[in-house]
Ligand binder design. Structure first.
Ligand SMILES: *Cc1c(COP(=O)(O)O)cnc(C)c1O
Ligand SMILES: [Zn+2]
Length: 392
């Protein structure tokens, strides 16, 4: 099953260290879903779907990736104009869905060294999974990355290289490096990562089986997660265990929204943009390697791509913690901000089942957006009065 296939032109290759098709588009791992049925075993992790995953044996941290909760969030229904649930990826081992991809990427690595181009969630996830598997991990970060990001990453003791020069060109460079130095490079849309990340989609659909949710809304940056979720849905469709596809809606931050811009222009290819600053820094890829594939996923599922501004993102993040108890990173709150915008455009019926993917926890993020907190100081002797007089 290590054959790779191009979603765009259908070409296949068995050179397992390839990442891209000769047509330029990203490759994904070919799967034969014939005969797949919803698994009955008791494994709650993503490996429950091993029939659709590469034949590897996950150990350590990898074995515990995925299996995240789907929380029915009725207090968001009014905001979105639908029946809303949140798939909470923050409960993965390092706090984001990236663990699903890292688990497969590290388990498939045929060499002693894995590498990734990231200075955020993917870097932390790879370093943690490599530590658990006893592999060396090489992380390429921009030279000017803030110390607080490095310190979170350094806890897992990867080799960190701070790269001077155009960071955007590192994706290409790292693929060459991988071949030259026999390193398994697991970037944002590497076939192994996409294979692992499709399990988000499989778990969501399993939760609604034999029915199918009407729509799934998620933040998008490189397009690796979106590609995986789309692939997972197509596999279930091919297996015949679902007979409809949910509409896939992808949300970007307005300051850096190349895929939404291409969608608005009705195009099938994404052009790079000059990305600006946004609170949703984890999804600010100005030249997304799987951007065209995301456009295809939105088109073929009758969904869409949209952008939301930072005020809407921060407001959505606040709403998520205050009305669902789920504290997420700003990047993830784009899902709710986007769903609210779609609701205003009447994209949903009130009884539509809409799933927001909260891609990662907020606990890894330094909070720049919340003003200082005021709370009254109460002498112990006055406690009864203070409780009786409380207002909210
Ligand atoms: C990586 C990431 C995304 C974007 O995923 P892509 O696969 O790059 O599109 C969204 N949210 C969080 C929290 C992430 O870490
Ligand atoms: Zn191709």
């Amino acid at each position: 099953m290590d054959r790779l296939r191009c979603y765009a032109c259908g070409a296949t290759t068995s050179e397992s260290d390839r990442y891209r098709c000769s047509c330029g588009e990203p490759l994904w791992l070919d799967t034969d879903p014939t005969g797949f049925e919803w698994p009955a075993d008791t494994d709650r992790s993503m490996w429950r779907y091993s029939a659709l995953l590469p034949a590897v044996t996950p150990t350590g941290l990898a074995a515990s990736a995925g299996g995240t909760p789907l929380v029915r969030t009725d207090r968001l229904d009014g905001d979105v104009g639908a029946t809303v649930s949140v798939k909470y990826e923050g409960s993965n081992p390092t706090g984001t869905f990236k663990d699903r991809g890292s688990a497969v990427g590290v388990a498939m690595a045929k060499t002693g060294t894995v590498a990734t181009v990231s200075h955020g969630n993917m870097a932390r996830s790879m370093a943690a999974h490599a530590a658990s598997a006893g592999l060396d991990c090489l992380v390429f970060v921009p030279a000017d990355v803030p110390q607080e990001r490095l310190s979170l990453l350094a806890r897992y003791d990867p080799t960190i290289l701070r790269i001077e020069g155009e960071y955007g060109r590192l994706y290409e460079a790292s693929l060459r490096l991988g071949r030259a130095h026999d390193i398994a490079v697991v970037n944002s849309d590497a076939p192994a990562r996409v294979a692992g990340q499709k399990t988000t989609g499989l778990e969501i659909l399993a939760a609604f089986a034999p029915s199918v949710p009407d729509a799934i809304v998620l933040p998008v940056s490189s397009g690796g997660h979106a590609s995986g979720i789309w692939k997972g849905i197509e596999e279930l469709f091919a297996a015949g265990v679902v007979t409809e596809r949910p509409r896939l809606y992808f949300v970007q931050a307005a300051a850096c929204a190349p895929i939404a811009a291409a969608w608005d222009r009705g195009e099938t290819t994404v052009a790079p943009v000059d990305g600006g600053e946004t609170v949703a820094y984890s999804i600010a890829n100005a030249d997304p390697p799987s951007g065209n594939r995301v456009l295809a996923a939105a088109r073929r599922t009758s969904g869409g791509v949209l952008a939301v501004d930072d005020d809407a993102i921060l407001d959505a993040r606040r709403t998520l913690s205050e009305r669902t108890g789920l504290f997420v990173e700003s990047a993830c709150a784009t899902a709710l901000a986007g769903a609210r915008a779609l609701g205003r455009q009447r994209a949903f019926e009130p009884d539509d089942e809409v799933v927001l993917v909260a891609t990662g926890t907020g606990f890894t993020e330094r909070d720049l957006a919340t003003p200082s907190v005021s709370a009254p100081t109460v002498p112990l002797a006055d406690l009864d009065d203070a409780v009786a007089a409380r207002t909210d």
